[in-house]
Design a protein around this ligand. Structure first.
Ligand SMILES: Nc1nc2c(ncn2[C@@H]2O[C@H](COP(=O)(O)OP(=O)(O)OP(=O)(O)O)[C@@H](O)[C@H]2O)c(=O)[nH]1
Ligand SMILES: [Mg+2]
Length: 213
């Protein structure tokens, strides 16, 4: 028996296609089954998680940004990112097709500590995580590193150099965070699509090395 997809095509039912973003080859060809993978983008508060998902997503990303008010002055330190007006209160969601039939579904975590309880749900089924780090606030990424170490999820570390921050080599950051040699650490600009995609590719490669089946 033919697949449900080709039966639907025989009855003139259009294939399932997003109305948003460019149509990908795997969306219109019923013979192709893309490999869908889930990736988590984590790290401390205001380190560039939403920026990364937005920069690479080929669909309009789902965002759950809330305006920051004086009420959070005591808990949210904006010294490093004075221009930041909003914060993620649930998650970011975006999609990126690599090599035509590898589809990455990207889930950005909320950075504020009071929303960390959501991480357990966000990481379920993920193949790996990108941990973003800002060299001015390196300790802010420790909770994410600890979290992925303890749950055994493969991760890479991506250093997001903010304007005016001192520029470090990836190996300096590895040493400062005591990241084991087999885990990729790279310098990235979350605002630049190509740079962010390189990070995601590195994670996919690392996740395959760690869990080849
Ligand atoms: N210079 C520079 N600025 C960046 C970079 N990435 C993000 N930003 C800026 O940093 C600010 C914070 O970015 P967000 O993407 O909202 O950070 P976030 O990690 O999602 O923040 P929360 O969800 O609140 O934890 C924004 O104003 C971005 O424009 C970068 O690579 N370089
Ligand atoms: Mg965010």
């Amino acid at each position: 028996m033919d697949s449900v997809v080709s039966d639907a095509a025989a009855f003139g039912v259009p294939p399932l296609v997003d109305t948003d973003g460019p149509v990908q080859p795997w969306q219109t060809d019923p013979t192709r089954a893309p490999v869908a993978t889930k990736i988590v983008v984590a790290g401390g508060f205001g380190v560039g998680k939403t920026t990364l998902v937005t920069a690479v997503s080929e669909i309009t990303p789902l965002q759950t940004e809330a305006l920051m008010t004086e009420a959070s002055e005591e808990t949210d330190d904006l010294t490093a990112t004075p221009g930041k007006l909003t914060t993620t209160v649930a998650m970011d969601f975006g999609r990126l097709t690599l090599d035509d039939d590898l589809v990455l579904y990207l889930f950005g975590t909320p950075g504020q500590q009071r929303f960390w309880f959501m991480w357990d749900d966000l990481v379920r089924g993920a193949i790996g995580a990108v941990v973003l780090a800002d060299t001015r606030r390196l300790k802010d990424c420790w909770p994410a590193l600890d979290y992925f170490e303890s749950c055994g999820l493969p991760y890479v570390v991506a250093v997001n150099h903010f304007d005016g921050s001192e520029v470090f080599e990836a190996e300096d950051v590895r040493e400062a965070l005591t990241i084991p040699a087999h885990i990729p650490v790279m310098i990235m600009d979350a605002r630049r699509r190509i740079s962010a995609i390189e990070t995601l590719l590195s994670l996919v490669g690392h996740a395959l090395d760690e869990t080849p089946e």
